[in-house]
Design a protein. Sequence first.
Length: 95
Amino acid sequence: MEKSFGLLFYLKKSKWDKVGDELDIYSRITVNGDSKEISCNRKFDPIKWNVIGVRVDNRTDNAKAINSYLDILHRSGLLILNSNSLDPLISKCPE
């Protein structure tokens, strides 16, 4: 059985965020059409977020660190995909 896998990073605004606040970076993991949202426990300025590249669009040390962290999360997802252990991953994701 073929398994589908998708991983997307995006900024999510909460009802408490004000204009100019940094927003939470979230990840949406989709496995076989079932998706879950997970916080990446990072925040960033939405003005400097590259929506098309789905990365931080800045060259500061903080931006490089966040991009590296997102790359690690993405690679981890690909490793899980290649290990055929997607079902346990998606079932353990919080609602």
